[in-house]
Design a binder for this molecule. Structure first.
Ligand code: S3P
Length: 436
């Protein structure tokens, strides 16, 4: 049953809060824990449906996952030590888990069926199957979307792979398969994408080299790898914090601090863009937390102006375009976001869903190829009914818009928010948001 929700104009968003753990790091912590030898202890793991899917999958493949006092323990089986699943692996809505686990399964002598929900079953898997089949994975049928039946091999072939799309999931999938190869596997990325896999592989003891080349950044992992269980603490997800920060910027008289937010430079494109728009936003107490930079983000209600967001910034804020488009609706003038082709293959076609949502709220938004232009101003009519298309970030972005629009904004279904940010409505309400 869809669960609609309505957001109404809220005067002052204020308070000090934390957001749940980073989703990308949480998936990787479980996956590397499962293929390491010994015990991995994870503090602050995101407790959301997508990460729960990864936990279930690594358990179905022989790892043990347990939880006590908010700390998650993974007992790993070592690289190459997972066992064949007895039933199809269900990835729910999670593209990251499906793509990363295809890389893991590729290096095991096993046959596995990958399944997912309707949204995930529409998303392209060819982008990982192309390099992985070169490395030795076999795919039954001519399929490039879930459900997929694949067979891995203990004789994986090391490759050098230039990424045709800037995707951290593809990079990670190839690197994870490369751990099993008898030599070194290299991925070359023309634009830097989030680097949590490289950082965490190193932290677990794998050999990882990163070098800048003429054609981009080359990331190499050593084969026949051994990973050792590790202790990790997962920082707050900047992609979740983005909605609270946006509310702080666009709702009158607001002043909020989101503590302990991941500040990895491959993830902070939104903050850079917001500063260019004139946002009153500061990062306090910048520190290192287990190999990742972390800070407290302070945001206050701000007068904003439209800017051009260049395509090369895309990978560092790829999940933040729906909320940036919402913020742009409140900025004076035009915001032009370029190079958004990848948005079409997220949990929904986010380019179309964002433009349609803005139009439903009386905001002028134009899609031309892979460019989205939003014409903003101090007042946004709102009053729209927004279709979320099973997409958590579309739901959260348009509820945030409703907090500062003239008339209430309804979204058709908030159930998918649980995939990444359970407690979103509760936390927003605690900060002063009117949601009902
Ligand atoms: C992710 C990478 C990005 C991002 C997704 C998480 C990851 O996807 O959109 O939410 O954890 O590697 P792409 O690799 O498809 O760009």
């Amino acid at each position: 049953m869809p669960q609609p929700l309505t957001a109404s104009r809220s005067a002052r968003i204020s308070g000090r809060v934390r957001v749940p753990g980073d989703k990308s790091i949480s998936h990787r912590a479980l996956i590397l824990g499962a293929i390491a030898t010994g015990r991995t202890r994870i503090e602050g793991l995101l407790q959301a449906a997508d990460v729960a899917a990864t936990a279930r999958v690594v358990e179905a493949l022989g790892a043990t996952v347990s939880q006590e006092d908010g700390v998650v323990d993974v007992l790993g089986q070592g690289v190459g030590g997972l066992r064949s699943p007895r039933a199809p692996l269900d990835f729910g809505n999670s593209g990251t888990s499906a793509r990363l686990m295809l890389g893991v399964v590729a290096g095991h002598e096993m046959r596995a069926e990958f399944t997912g929900d309707a949204s995930l079953s529409r998303r392209p898997m060819g982008r990982v199957l192309t390099p992985l089949t070169t490395m030795g994975l076999r795919v039954e049928g001519e399929r490039e979307t879930l459900p997929l039946v694949v067979s891995g091999t203990a004789d994986i072939i090391p490759i050098v792979y230039p990424l045709p799309v800037p995707s951290a999931q593809v990079k990670s999938s190839v690197l994870l398969a490369g751990l099993h190869a008898p030599g070194r596997t290299t991925v070359v990325e023309p634009l830097a994408t989030r680097d949590h896999t490289e950082r965490m592989l190193r932290y677990f003891g794998a050999e990882v080299e990163v070098s800048d080349q003429d054609d981009g950044r080359a990331i190499t992992v050593g084969g026949d790898a051994e990973l050792h269980g590790a202790e990790l603490s997962v920082p707050g997800d900047p992609s979740s914090a983005a909605f609270l920060i946006a509310a702080g910027l666009i709702c009158a008289d607001s002043d909020i601090v989101v503590e302990n937010v991941l500040m990895n430079p491959t993830r902070t494109g939104l903050f850079q863009t917001l500063r260019e728009m004139g946002a009153d936003i500061e990062v306090l107490n910048l520190r290192d937390a287990g190999g990742e930079p972390v800070g407290d983000v302070w945001a206050k209600a701000s007068g904003l102006k439209g800017v051009r967001v260049p395509p090369e910034r895309g990978p560092s804020m790829i999940d933040e375009y729906p909320i940036l488009a919402v913020i742009a609706a409140f900025a004076e003038g035009e915001t032009r976001m370029e190079g958004l082709a990848e948005l079409k293959v997220k949990e929904s076609d986010r380019l179309a869903a964002t433009a349609a949502g803005l139009a439903a709220c009386g905001v002028e938004a134009l899609v031309e190829g892979d460019v989205l232009t939003v014409r903003g101003g101090a007042t946004v009519p709102g009053g729209g009914q927004v279709a979320t298309h099973m997409d958590h970030r579309i739901a959260m972005a348009f509820l945030t818009l409703g907090l500062a629009a003239e008339k209430p904004v309804s979204v058709d279904d908030v159930s998918m928010i649980a995939t990444s940010f359970p407690g979103f409505a509760r936390l927003m309400t605690k900060l002063g948001a009117q949601l009902a």
